[in-house]
Design a protein around this ligand. Structure first.
Ligand code: MN
Length: 344
């Protein structure tokens, strides 16, 4: 029987290899919830919730406390009817989106074991190969340039994600220096809401004048400032992406309807699998670009986004590198990785 018998949450703590700094925040440690879902026939599905107070307003203690309620809601439901389970879990969209993501994936993972078909093929099997970028956090200019060179020349990452947003003048100097030191690379620049709309436009124009190859300029201004995002989009030579502004499918609908974005950064931890699927279809319908990102997932959680991205084949850019930034005892993805190349 492919009915759910048990749901268990376990707190897992990971240290970052080095402090990871973005606008207004430094991450030293990740606390994730590992989700185990057991079927009546003993098959096990695994998922991970990498919660975010910053983006989702989630608290880890509150999420952990939901274990028994989630089990009660899902007990006896059949993973072969996974849309029914997704609909139940959709109720957590506003209060516990990362948990929604991890539980929804665990359902697909258990189904995958049950029918012996990888999750990416359950989701459509659009491709079995993707490429990820790797991120350079905010640091002194020399250190950011060195890190970028190492990632581009030594580790072979063709797309680098560069964090900015704390100091406009320094950021322009940094991105220009990185661009000159890693010629040929593409850059996803992420300000994590750090600029005013005017600063964001200044940044984009200066980077463009300095010949920096920015393929996506992510979340330049505050998540709730849709008018600001629109203004930036209309005045930036580079495509503008929403990340913190784009959590649910409803957010993305509003952003698209009002002409605020060229790109959306889907993260399963903001949207779960169900809203992420809806956003993929919406983006295809209105022809906006998609990238997929992460919070602080371990390889277990990154596995979820790898299967989602390959299954849907919907993403121009993959920013799935958090597992490469964490100290982790053992790799647990159901994929193989060689530098930027990920294969299923
Ligand atoms: Mn971002």
């Amino acid at each position: 029987m492919s009915k759910i018998r048990r749901v268990a949450f376990e707190l897992k703590e990971y240290e970052f290899e080095e402090p990871f700094r973005i606008t207004g925040w430094v991450h030293n440690q990740a606390k994730n919830i590992e989700i185990t879902l057991e079927l009546e026939n003993g098959a096990i599905g695994k998922g991970e919730a990498s919660y975010s107070y910053r983006v989702n307003g989630e608290m880890i203690s509150a999420l952990l406390a939901m274990q028994d309620d989630v089990e009660e809601m899902l007990k006896g439901m059949d993973v072969k009817n996974y849309r029914k389970i997704f609909n139940v879990i959709d109720g957590f969209s506003r209060t516990a989106p990362s948990l929604k993501a991890g539980v929804q994936f665990a359902v697909l993972d258990a189904l995958s074991v049950e029918i012996d078909l990888p999750v990416y093929q359950i989701l459509g099997g659009a491709t079995n190969k993707i490429k990820t970028d790797k991120t350079v956090g905010i640091d002194e200019m020399e250190k950011m340039v060195e890190k970028a060179k190492k990632l581009y020349y030594t580790q072979g990452f063709e797309t680098l994600k560069i964090k900015v947003g704390e100091n406009l003048k320094e950021d322009i100097e940094k991105i220009t220096a990185i661009s000159e030191a890693t010629k040929g690379a593409s850059y996803i620049v992420d300000a994590n809401q750090g600029y005013s709309p005017k600063e964001a436009i200044q940044f984009a124009k200066a980077a463009y004048d300095n010949g920096v190859n920015i393929v996506v300029f992510e979340q330049p201004t505050m998540w709730n400032n849709h008018d600001g995002l629109k203004l930036i989009r209309e005045n930036s030579p580079f495509p503008i992406a929403a990340d913190e502004s784009a959590k649910s499918k409803y957010d993305v609908f509003e952003l698209v309807k009002n002409g605020c974005v060229d790109f959306v950064n889907i993260k399963l931890m903001k949207s779960g699998i169900s809203d992420a699927l809806a956003i993929v279809e919406l983006a295809k319908t209105v022809d906006i670009g998609l990238m997929i990102g992460c919070m602080s997932e371990s390889s277990l959680g990154i596995n979820q986004s790898v299967h989602f991205a390959a299954g849907t084949g919907a993403f121009l850019y993959h920013d799935l590198d958090s597992h490469l930034l964490l100290k982790e005892e053992k790799f647990r993805g159901k994929f193989t990785q060689n530098g930027q190349e990920i294969s299923l």
